[in-house]
Design a protein around this ligand. Structure first.
Ligand SMILES: C[S@@+](CC[C@H](N)C(=O)[O-])C[C@H]1O[C@@H](n2cnc3c(N)ncnc32)[C@H](O)[C@@H]1O
Length: 285
């Protein structure tokens, strides 16, 4: 267990434990769900040949590889994550790039980066978990070259994310769920839902030229395929999975039956799709 005096100790334990296990075993399914959002964020980030890029909270390294392909020739990418478990998977999937790709296990809030090291700092859903977001973004600011940019994707509030609140409403009929996003500023996936919070944090950290663009899409639940895959994504991967896992077996069965019936209404050719609202954020040093 991580020393509780260390900042982000809870997150380190979660992402080196159950969170990291889910994200590594379900890597392909999660990337099928989140890949198009990462592509949209990378398009806003505009990485180019010869650039040096940091991928914050890179997890299993899917976007790290995408960035590496965009900065060849002559560039480099560092993937940084608090979870060594996730990074083992990231290294496995990122051999043989045309540019140097390094992975480093560290906390982005406190890691001592070289000053002015990067042209671009990028993240797909990896910057909403800091205990002290202003300190974390100020730390990232120092690591950027003058004129360098930051670009990241984060979730809009839960009520604009049907992929969370539709299954959440169904599960709540059976068991009490401590809704994700209940405390909108607590570290977690929805901590950057409020635009004024993003503006305040990045401004206090020193960033200028801030743009926050709304990106609405339909995400492929469980990475696509059958309704069972979508139900499994809710019961085994998503923010509700822990509460469901702790419920008695007969309750779990009723939850699965209700989810199967409800998600059938959202079936497309490639699987179950539900609405998602994302902020694509860009700013400059
Ligand atoms: C929701 S996952 C996203 C992973 C990856 N970016 C992706 O899109 O597949 C959040 C990631 O942020 C990492 N993370 C959380 N807090 C962090 C911190 N303080 N410093 C570095 N990484 C952190 C987690 O370990 C996890 O890999």
């Amino acid at each position: 267990m991580t020393d509780t005096n260390t900042p982000n100790a809870d997150q380190a334990d979660f992402w080196n434990g159950p969170g990291g296990e889910t994200w590594t075993t379900q890597r392909d399914r999660l990337n099928a769900m989140l890949g198009p959002i990462g592509d949209a964020a990378i398009a806003r980030a505009c990485p180019g040949p010869g650039e040096h890029v940091l991928d914050v909270g890179c997890g299993t390294g899917h976007t790290t590889g995408d960035l590496a392909r965009r900065v060849a020739p002559g560039g480099s990418v560092m993937g940084l994550d608090i979870s060594e478990l996730m990074l083992q998977e990231a290294r496995r999937f990122n051999e043989g790039h045309a540019v140097p790709v390094r992975f480093h296990a560290a906390d982005a809030q406190t890691h001592k980066f070289d000053d002015d090291a990067f042209d671009l700092i990028f993240s797909r859903f990896g910057v909403m978990f800091f205990e002290d977001s202003v300190a974390a973004f100020a730390n990232l600011y120092r690591a950027l070259k003058p004129g360098g940019r930051i670009a990241f994707a984060c979730w809009q509030p839960v009520d604009r994310n049907a992929w969370v609140h539709v299954p959440g409403g169904i599960v709540a009929r059976h068991i009490p769920v401590d809704g994700p996003g209940k405390d909108p500023s607590a570290p977690g996936p929805f901590a950057f839902g409020a635009q004024d919070r993003i503006t305040g944090i990045l401004g206090a950290a020193g960033f200028g030229d801030l743009a926050i663009e709304g990106h609405e899409t339909l995400v492929l639940m469980g990475g696509g395929g059958s309704i069972e895959a979508a139900v499994r994504a809710v019961t085994h991967q998503g923010p509700l999975s822990r509460a469901i896992h702790d419920a008695p077996e007969d309750v779990q069965t009723r939850i699965r039956d209700d989810l199967t019936a409800a998600l059938a209404d959202h079936t497309h050719d490639d699987g179950v799709r539900l609405g998602a609202g994302v902020w694509l954020v860009t700013a400059r040093k």
